[in-house]
Design a protein around this ligand. Structure first.
Ligand SMILES: NC(=O)c1ccc[n+]([C@@H]2O[C@H](COP(=O)([O-])OP(=O)(O)OC[C@H]3O[C@@H](n4cnc5c(N)ncnc54)[C@H](O)[C@@H]3O)[C@@H](O)[C@H]2O)c1
Ligand SMILES: O=C(O)C[C@H](O)C(=O)O
Ligand SMILES: [Mg+2]
Length: 572
């Protein structure tokens, strides 16, 4: 983090690091520290002689050493803590290790291990990272950001959560800071967003998690979650403080609860440059996977009916983007026709228009009671997923319900009985929440299911074919989106930009071969993110929202991507 120890212009990729500190202070700051990789000249200039072992190494050698330590750590949480330790010591080394082993380490610094790190936050706490804002002290908000130390032109991104809907594990109180930290690791590793041009934030509005409230270790405010007017005022103060203090930053919302996620996005999307990852990022990645799968089915989007099981923030976000695609491609002529292709299910069953509990953003997906009256169901007041499958025969089944194992053998076999290539995406995270495993889905459908998941799953061997499982995680979208927005300094994030991101991702897929994944793999994340970034920036410019002209988009995007290498050092 910024300090009195050094100066660096972070707006260019390899700006020299001008170090003011001397001696041990150099090594206790993860930005200035490079351990044994300091050359003899640098050691002399920075007062490090005698403070490091004699051998001068280099970044590759350091990566080998920390990788060896990493592989010796046996638990996933242990690996997470090991990597956090590396990050706290040496920023470049951490990102070099991560980018060189992205596919292997993403499941550690991000989904699914991040879920464990969040749950264990108050127990494993060591060095805090990010900004903690308490609803009990709104007067301290601007101070908190000032203490973080970045100036108005030095921030591209603010990632914020209020922790109410962390992955599929619900209210995690103050521990939610780790999802913001995790998303930022992915922004940097995948899209080269400068690690010091982003701020992770948790809004500590209390928690309804009684386990946390009754734990003596818990580090957040000890009261129930604040809601209503006071919550809205706090959020308003937050949005306006960010806008004033960091006018160029994109505000990324993560893992808010269902009642607030869509509401906040609707409230602020036309006012500031903002994006909700669970709603829009997820929708873009899932649309890309659906388009790839639809191609494989040999049908057109028009021929499909979609069942969204768990139609909350992510589920309705996906439905909205697929609905728009249906309208754009002419699959549906009217909005009403497009809506009629969806069956949305929540905790109380299929959405029907006489259910008072539906939120405004869910209501357009409610079926008319008259329409489902003749269905054969056990309880008309709770029409289950099984009822929907049997009566409506959807061909695409999306799971964003947080309910692990909900796609049972019976349900999947029923779907496979009327549909040659059922498209089934169990998207809930972390792994334990996935609605089904790919191995089960492929076995139950005799290899016919077209599958994508939210958490990473290894390949499945079935009947002599190896099936690569696409990870339909918003990580394929948000880093590129953020990079595109930062490069052209977009004023807003529009639906057009989200659709452009989805199309760019879809264009990178060829899923015709049996067993091929429906999306690019995470090992291609840097290339994917750069491609998404170019598409997003071009779309922003097309919509007149780019404040920075795009003269040479590919070069501009590439120039912007920070690389984990030691920058030239000057002792000042
Ligand atoms: N793959 C991805 O990139 C991605 C992105 C966002 C969210 N997700 C996952 O999707 C899940 C939901 O996230 P969200 O942000 O939309 O949460 P949310 O709370 O807004 O939505 C969950 C919805 O599921 C419904 N639900 C809960 N239990 C159910 C049950 N037993 N039967 C039917 N419906 C049920 C709820 O009523 C709610 O509408 C989480 O597990 C999250 O990890 C995945
Ligand atoms: O964080 C993820 O892995 C994806 C998504 O944002 C989620 O909430 O599950
Ligand atoms: Mg999320």
């Amino acid at each position: 983090m910024p300090s009195q120890d050094y100066e660096q212009d972070t707006s260019t990729r390899f700006g020299p690091l001008r170090i003011k500190a001397r001696g041990r202070a150099v090594m206790s700051n993860p930005t200035t520290n490079r351990g044994t990789a300091f050359t003899i000249e640098e050691r002399k200039a920075l007062g490090l002689i005698g403070l490091v072992p004699s051998q001068v190494t280099n970044l590759e050698n350091q990566v080998r050493r920390v990788y060896e330590q990493y592989t010796r750590t046996s638990t996933r949480l242990g690996k997470y803590l090991h990597l956090s330790g590396v990050r706290d010591r040496n920023e470049v080394l951490f990102y070099r290790l991560l980018t060189s082993n992205l596919e292997e380490m993403l499941p550690i610094v991000y989904t699914p291990t991040i879920g464990e790190a969040i749950e264990r936050f108050s127990h494993e706490f060591s060095r805090p990272r990010g900004v903690f804002l308490s609803i009990d002290h709104p007067e301290s908000m601007a101070d908190a950001f000032r203490n973080f130390g970045l100036g108005p032109d030095e921030v591209d991104l603010v990632v914020v959560t209020d922790s109410e809907g962390i992955l599929g594990i619900g209210d995690q109180g103050i521990g939610g800071i780790q999802i913001a930290v995790g998303k930022l690791s992915v922004y940097t590793a995948a899209a080269g967003i400068h690690p010091r041009r982003a701020i992770p934030v948790v809004l500590d509005v209390g928690t309804d998690n009684l386990g946390l409230l009754s734990s003596e270790m818990y580090l957040g405010e000890r009261h129930a979650r604040v809601r209503g007017e006071k919550y809205d005022e706090f959020l308003d103060l937050f949005v306006h403080t960010v806008r004033e203090m960091f006018p160029n930053a994109m505000l990324h919302w993560e893992d808010f609860g269902t009642t607030n996620a869509h509401r906040m996005l609707t409230k602020y999307r036309d006012e500031i440059c903002t994006f909700n990852d669970d709603i829009q990022g997820t929708a873009a990645v899932v649309l890309a996977a659906i388009l790839a799968a639809v191609d494989v089915t040999g049908l057109v989007l028009d021929d499909h009916k979609v069942c969204v099981f768990g139609a909350g923030s992510a589920g309705v976000g996906i439905a909205n983007l697929v609905r728009d695609a249906m309208l754009r491609t002419g699959a549906s002529e009217t909005e009403e026709e497009a809506y009629s292709r969806f069956y949305a299910i929540g905790i109380n069953g299929l959405y029907v228009d006489d259910q008072p509990e539906l939120l405004p953003f869910q209501r357009p997906y409610a079926r008319r009671r008259a329409e489902v009256e003749h269905w054969a169901v056990a309880d008309p007041n709770h029409i289950t997923l099984e009822d929907v499958i049997r009566n409506a025969k959807p061909t695409i089944l999306i799971g964003t319900s947080t309910r692990g194992g909900a796609f049972s053998r019976h349900i999947v076999e029923e779907m496979a009985s009327y549909c040659a290539r059922p498209i089934i995406f169990p998207l809930s995270n972390p792994t334990s929440r996935a609605e089904a495993t790919p191995a089960d889905l492929l076995t139950w459908t005799d290899g016919r299911a077209l599958v994508a998941t939210g958490s990473p799953f290894g390949p499945v061997d079935y009947d002599g074919i190896r099936y690569q499982i696409a990870q339909a995680n918003n990580a394929l979208i948000f880093p590129g989106l953020g990079l595109g927005v930062a490069t052209c300094r977009a004023e807003r994030v529009t639906e057009g930009m989200i659709a452009a991101a989805a199309e760019a991702l879809a264009s990178m897929v060829n899923a015709y071969r049996q067993g091929a994944p429906l999306l690019p793999t995470m090992s291609d994340l840097r290339m994917v993110s750069a491609t998404v970034a170019v598409a997003v920036a071009k779309q922003a410019e097309r919509e007149g929202l780019a404040r920075e002209p795009l003269t040479d988009p590919i070069q501009q995007i590439y120039n912007r991507m920070w690389q984990p290498v030691y920058p030239p050092v000057e002792a000042i």
